[in-house]
Design a protein around this ligand. Sequence first.
Ligand code: ZN
Length: 402
Amino acid sequence: MLIYCREKKTSYRCPRDGRPYIVLQTSSIGKIALMTTTLDTGISNARNVNRYLFGSGTIGQLTTLLSERRKKKEKQVVYLVDEYFETNSSALGMSSPEPEDQLIYISTRDEPTTQSIDQLTEKINGSSKKEICAVVGIGGGITLDTAKAVSNLLTNGGSASDYQGWDLVRIPGVFKIGVPTLSGTGAEATRTCVMTNKDTDLKLGMNSDHTVFDQLILDPNLTATVPRDQYFFTGMDAWIHCVEALNGSYRNSIGDAFSNQAIALCRSVFNGEDMMSDESRGKLMVASYLGGCAIATSYVGVVHPFSAGLSVVLDLHHCVANCIVMMAMEPYYPKEYGEFRTFIDRNEIVLPRDVCQGLSDAQFDALYRATIVHEKPLTNALGTGFSSEMTKTRVRELFERM
Ligand code: ZN
């Protein structure tokens, strides 16, 4: 259906359901042809995690799950665990690994690179004297993504950069178990593991059915010791994924249902009395999983491309970068911008500000390039003509507001 709009605005929304219109053409007299048709996500035959355990204390079942994998002949398990637990192992409440297993702590200072994944896989292969029957990732998005990538590389060989893209992983990875200790990114649910190639600055995951975890353990006890700020920033990632998906044009009914439910859970957590109560942590863990399922069948919008720019150029972590970007998103997500400000105030969160102050022209150029490269999310949010809105000047102006 085509409709015409008289005034020129930054973005156009359907008065009925608030969905953004896609701008087809701008005429000389300022009237704009708009299309309301939903775009096809191109995602079919969606894959979800095979099995999950949910509830307080479910990490206690990890040993039993692994003993099923070890039987018949002696095999080893590779544990990749967030470095936080190296000095806080009691917070995990799990049994110690067997002597033949490999336990490696993952630094979360930097997000995974294809180079760091290659080095880690080489290290695991070098120390492995027995067949590896499972890779267990215990941690936040960085650790879970690392576990997914390593599992795929152990069986597929080659370098992580060979598989950055869509459906390039040839065969299933080693059986992988994900145990999130942070809620929000949805890394536990998705078919990707995000890595930056430092040689090319390409931030892109191994998007593949083989990247999906075979088993999850969703135990809300594990998020009790997360610092409040980090808990908030990471939780907001789930909310932002769903906000972007529901405001986009690539849509499907299942993705919408996952998104709506995840948003409802986030609202209840971040508008509630205590975002970190036992009940809230349980709800946010479910929101994270559902948000991951949502984004696996839809696309993000304007926030994530800008956030990727901040990560690539200024090394800011994904979740805090998203929150910084949200502060400049009033023109694109006006209603959600207001809600985000309420979440920040209610939970007394201090957000880094003016992160782009004093940057050089070359750095702003790099930010522009690292943002505009994300064509699919920008098309999802602004239509195929997104580059006429996201000019170099406009992009810089938005970064300057952050
Ligand atoms: Zn995200």
